[in-house]
Write a protein that binds this ligand. Structure first.
Ligand SMILES: CC(C)(COP(=O)(O)OP(=O)(O)OC[C@H]1O[C@@H](n2cnc3c(N)ncnc32)[C@H](O)[C@@H]1OP(=O)(O)O)[C@@H](O)C(=O)NCCC(=O)NCCS
Length: 243
C-alpha cells in the first residue's frame, strides 16, 4: 500500500501487508523523510487496520524494540507487545555442536505436518508461505525434526544478498530449537545469519551464549486483536513473511 501526494505525485510512504488464513501480517512500514511526523504512517496503518477488521482478523507484526518511532506508531494504534526477542548472531561456529539425529531437509510432503505444528505452537496458519519456502529456489532452506511421523520442529533460513536470516521456525521443545539452529548454522548460508530467540526461552538463550552468540538487536511481536499465547518456541524474523 502506498501514500501519494495528490498535488506532486510524490511517494509519501509505503507499507506491506499480507492477509493470511488466521490473521493479517504487517511488514515494512516507511514514510518519506520529507513527510516524517505528518501522519503518513498513521494513515497507512489505519487503512490496514480497516482491511483486518473487515476480514475479522487480528493484525500481527514484529517490530524493532529499539525503534521508538515505530513502537509508538503501533502501540498508539492499539497494538499490544506480546513476545520479546533477542536478535543473535554467532560469528565463529566452532562451539556449535553437531546436531542430534532426526533432523533432515524438509520436502513438500512435510507441508501438512509443518502447517499443523505452527498452528499448535503459534495459533496461526499460513500454508502458502510454507509452500513457498519449500519450493522456492532463490535461497530458502527448510529443515525439520520428526519423531514417529510427527513434525516437532521446523526452521527455515534465507541466504540472499539482501537478507541472511534463520527463521521463521516453530518448535515444541527448546532442545529441538537448539538442534535445528545448529543444523542451519553448520550449513554454509553465505555468512553469519541473524536469528531471533524468544527472551523467555531461558535455556535456549543460555545455550546460544555458550555457543558464542552475541545480541545485535531486540524485536517485539505485537498484535492488534486476539492473541494466542505460544505453546512452544517461536522464532520469527523481522521480515514481512514472518508474523
Ligand atoms: C516509523 C515511521 C514509519 C513513522 O512515520 P511517520 O509518518 O513519521 O509517523 P506519523 O507521523 O504517522 O506518527 C506516528 C504516531 O507516533 C507518535 N509518536 C512518535 N514518536 C512518539 C513517541 N516517542 N511517543 C509517543 N508517540 C510518538 C506520533 O505523535 C504519531 O501519533 P499521532 O498521529 O496520533 O500524533 C517513520 O519514522 C519511518 O519511515 N522511519 C524509518 C523506517 C522505519 O523505521 N520503519 C519502521 C520499521 S519497519
Amino acid at each position: 500500500m502506498v501514500a501519494v501526494d495528490r498535488e506532486t505525485d510524490q511517494l509519501m510512504g509505503s507499507c506491506f501487508y499480507h492477509p493470511r488464513e488466521t490473521h493479517v501480517s504487517l511488514g515494512i512500514m516507511n514514510a518519506h523523510p520529507d513527510w516524517f511526523g505528518h501522519g503518513v504512517a498513521r494513515t497507512l496503518l489505519e487503512e490496514v487496520c480497516r482491511v483486518a477488521d473487515a476480514d475479522g482478523k487480528p493484525l500481527r507484526l514484529v517490530s524493532s524494540a529499539l525503534n521508538l518511532d515505530s513502537y509508538s506508531l503501533y502501540t498508539r494504534a492499539g497494538f499490544v507487545p506480546r513476545s520479546f526477542f533477542q536478535d543473535m548472531v554467532i560469528e565463529d561456529v566452532s562451539r556449535v555442536p553437531r546436531p542430534a539425529s532426526g533432523i533432515r531437509s524438509a520436502i513438500l510432503d512435510d507441508l501438512p505436518g509443518i502447517v499443523a505444528l505452527e498452528e499448535r505452537v503459534s495459533g496461526i496458519r499460513r500454508e502458502k508461505d510454507w509452500h513457498y519456502f519449500l519450493t522456492d529456489d532463490h535461497g530458502w532452506r527448510v529443515v525439520v525434526k520428526e519423531a514417529g511421523g510427527t513434525v516437532n520442529g521446523v526452521l527455515a533460513s534465507i541466504d540472499h544478498a539482501g537478507s541472511r536470516l534463520l527463521g521463521p521456525g516453530v518448535m515444541v521443545e527448546e532442545e529441538t530449537a537448539q538442534s535445528l539452529i545448529a543444523n542451519q548454522l553448520q550449513t554454509d548460508r553465505g555468512g553469519n545469519p541473524v536469528f531471533l530467540v524468544p527472551a523467555t526461552s531461558k535455556g535456549l538463550v543460555q545455550t546460544m551464549y555458550s555457543w558464542g552468540a552475541r545480541n545485535c538487536e531486540l524485536h517485539v511481536a505485537q498484535c492488534r486483536g486476539e492473541w494466542v499465547e505460544p505453546q512452544g518456541v517461536v522464532m520469527p524474523t523481522f521480515m514481512p513473511e514472518t508474523s
